[in-house]
Design a protein. Structure first.
Length: 275
């Protein structure tokens, strides 16, 4: 019987997950069907239960349901437990549901594998303190950077996040006007680029050796990437690779198969009009 997988979210029409996982399945000759499911804001838990009662074997979860998915899971991986958010659900043989968070692993993989960006012993700045950032901090700290600094428009949120992860490595929160750059790597974990906005970062955070990463992506470089490039940053990377790599980790969680993520990323990049 064909196993069913899906991504649940609201909205969901923009999702590239069906295209990504369909290519993964074709590569690895896995008999699955993967679809996108629009879920009512007040109907997430019932949608998950109904999906797994049928032929459903696994789900990706996107906004705004990652925290609810965390609460639904019967078991959690350590990285999901730490992130307190889940983007991957798997039906186990005993009928229980495993929750995982592959976002951070996907981002680290994109930086290290696809772009050869070294994170060990580096000074890293992370912008934002929402769920997207929470999911990446432990995987980043496992790379043993010299330090991670978090900034956020609401400093108290950044401080709470830094306090929550201090046992994993060197991490602290600072106000924007107290940043002492430059940084080796800067990750924009806010959605500012979607509205054409920029975080209020001082130009001093960037020099000719800085690599910047925006979790957002589009056909053109994001406003954050353009800003960094104008200041002479060494490299500016968008979040398309993170999307593909976190999907590859999810696929491996479900099927115990590591797909060729680079081929899928290249195909998606061409579809966006890039190179």
């Amino acid at each position: 019987m064909t196993d069913l997988y899906a991504v649940m979210g609201n909205p969901i029409n923009h999702s590239k997950s069906p295209a990504i996982h369909t290519q993964f399945a074709e590569q690895s000759k896995q008999d699955i069907v993967y679809s996108a499911m629009l879920v009512p804001l007040d109907g997430f838990e019932s949608a998950v239960r109904d999906f797994f009662k049928g032929s459903g074997k696994g789900l990706n979860i996107t906004v705004p349901f990652k925290e609810q998915a965390f609460n639904i899971a019967d078991q959690l991986t350590p990285r999901a437990e730490t992130a307190q958010a889940v983007n991957t659900l798997k039906l186990l043989d005993d009928g229980s549901i495993l929750g995982d968070n592959t976002d951070g692993a996907g981002l680290v993989s994109d930086l290290v594998k696809n772009h050869q960006v070294e994170l060990a012993s580096k000074k890293i700045l992370v912008v934002g303190a929402g769920g997207a950032v929470r999911g990446i901090l432990q995987p980043f700290l496992e790379q043993e950077p010299s330090e991670i600094v978090i900034v956020n428009r609401t400093h108290e949120k950044a401080q709470a996040l830094a306090d929550a992860f201090t046992s994993f490595g060197s991490i602290q929160a600072k106000p924007f006007d107290h940043l002492d750059g430059p940084f080796d790597v800067i990750v924009n974990g806010t959605s500012a680029s979607l509205s054409g906005d920029l975080p209020p970062l001082p130009e001093s955070v960037i020099d000719a050796d800085t690599v910047v990463y925006d979790m957002m992506y589009g056909k053109e470089p994001t406003p954050f990437m353009q800003w960094a490039e104008a200041l002479g940053a060494k490299q500016a990377i968008d979040g398309l690779g993170m999307l593909v790599e976190q999907a590859a980790v999810s696929f491996d969680v479900w099927r115990a198969v590591k797909p060729d993520s680079k081929a899928v990323l290249t195909a998606l990049r061409h579809q966006l009009g890039g190179v």
